[in-house]
Design a protein around this ligand. Structure first.
Ligand SMILES: [Fe+2]
Length: 213
């Protein structure tokens, strides 16, 4: 059986809850072992610290993973918008929520093109907590921005994905899709950091004090 097919079967079983995360990881490790052998003779694909059976497997796995995060991102930003009390950030939140939602749609469309039927996956505990934090009517907007920008960061976060894009040689449609996705996320991140500084003047004072020392 071809490894690409095995990988898709495994992904499908995991998403449907037929196998646990532990079994999925174990089976993936087995496939990765075979793929690492394949990589040495030119048939595996190494990206973002893993070895995949093929370029296609790396792409479908990435689109699946990001789709789940973006879907929760759309929910989180939309719910924040419902409780947001700071007028000057409302349009930014609305725009980011739209970006997150359309990322889900274009990723799902691409997965279908690649023969993978997108299925609803249970959100991780971490993502559920993230949405709860953004939706909270009690946490002030400036604190939400502080929490978000602590993790929603910069070049280092996106470097492995940019390297992945550079490695894609066959599926040019997905390559450009992921490249543009990174540009969108970078734009959202830049705006969130700017809003965070504007609504947290103490950060600017700390930075000014650091420059004087
Ligand atoms: Fe996002």
């Amino acid at each position: 059986m071809n490894r690409d097919f095995e990988f898709r079967q495994l992904l499908r079983a995991y998403r449907k809850g037929i196998i646990s995360e532990a079994t999925f990881e174990k089976e993936m490790a087995g496939l990765e072992g075979e793929s690492a052998e394949g990589a040495s003779n030119g048939s595996g694909f190494c990206a973002m610290g893993r070895t995949y059976p093929s370029e296609r497997a790396a792409i479908t796995s990435y689109l699946e993973r990001v789709r789940a995060g973006e879907s929760m991102g759309a929910q989180g930003f939309n719910q924040w918008l419902q409780v947001c009390k700071t007028e000057c950030i409302r349009s930014g939140l609305r725009m980011i929520a739209e970006r997150e939602a359309y990322h889900v749609r274009v990723f799902e469309a691409r997965l279908r093109d690649l023969g993978v039927q997108p299925a609803a996956a249970a959100p991780s505990e971490e993502l559920s907590k993230f949405v709860q934090m953004l939706a909270s009517p009690d946490l002030p907007d400036n604190r939400k921005l502080l929490k978000l920008t602590a993790s929603y960061d910069s070049e280092e976060l996106w470097r492995p994905v940019r390297e992945f894009v550079d490695l894609i040689k066959e599926d040019l449609e997905s390559k450009e899709l992921i490249r543009l996705y990174v540009e969108d996320e970078t734009s959202s991140g830049n705006w969130l950091r700017m809003a965070c500084k504007a609504l947290n003047p103490q950060l600017q004072e700390t930075a000014a004090a650091a420059r004087m020392n």
